[in-house]
Design a protein around this ligand. Sequence first.
Ligand code: NAP
Length: 247
Amino acid sequence: MKLEGKVAVVTGASRGIGREIALGLAKEGAYVIVNYLGNAAKAEEVVSLIKEQGGDAEAIGCNVSDFEKAAEFFNDIIARHKRVDILVNNAGITRDNLLMKMTEEEYDSVLDTNLKGAFCCMRHVSRQMLKQRGGRIINISSVSGISGNPGQANYCASKAGIIGMTKSVARELASRGITVNAVAPGFISTDMTEVLADSVKEATMNQIPMRRFGKPEDVAAAVVFLASDSAAYITGQVLSVDGGLAM
Ligand code: NAP
């Protein structure tokens, strides 16, 4: 197993892509902290599945966009496990609306969760990774952060911001053996995309060269690779997992 003995934190791992990333990392031997916002039962379900697979994990609730709460979250993990080898900033939300109608709350909440959340987690884990002289940070961006999308000015800003922040932090931490990369999924079937109108799904499908929506497992495989020793010389990159959508 590629990740035996590693401690991994996956934010927003109670559902969707984060859940599959947690399962994928655990399958490779990592001990996984399954973070969630409010859905404790779903997070515990992920922990049970990991244990059934022969792995080990725990669920911890924390709003990662709260700077102080995120600090407590990482202090507790580091006090008990003595290390964090892998951080996956996956927690994310959408509050879609056209620019003309978008409220301040819709803008702020998306930027807070998607961009500030990733900042808080990287900020609080970086000291420990520097001490370890090693670590892997993988930030989940989106095809929307590369290409833009009508009705998603807030979401696209957060996901483009993730790419800039990834490259900046990658440059800061590279000399200490810490890699920082982004994964940019295309249209992946989860609760987030389930709510979209059929017309939007059809229009998106027509633009995907591979003519299928992605599965959470497609994204998890890329994250597991970037978290592994095989990806030791890859940093500051954006890996699209989108069936060719953003070529
Ligand atoms: P999802 O099914 O809606 O799941 C979102 C997860 O984030 C849940 O586990 C949720 O926890 C958690 N979360 C939300 N706010 C949080 C906060 N403040 N602190 C901690 N956890 C929080 O979403 P998904 O489709 O799997 O998306 C996962 C990531 O991939 C997001 O960053 C999303 O932007 C990105 N992405 C998704 C797609 C797609 O097509 N689905 C495409 C590109 C990028 P609770 O269950 O407790 O609410």
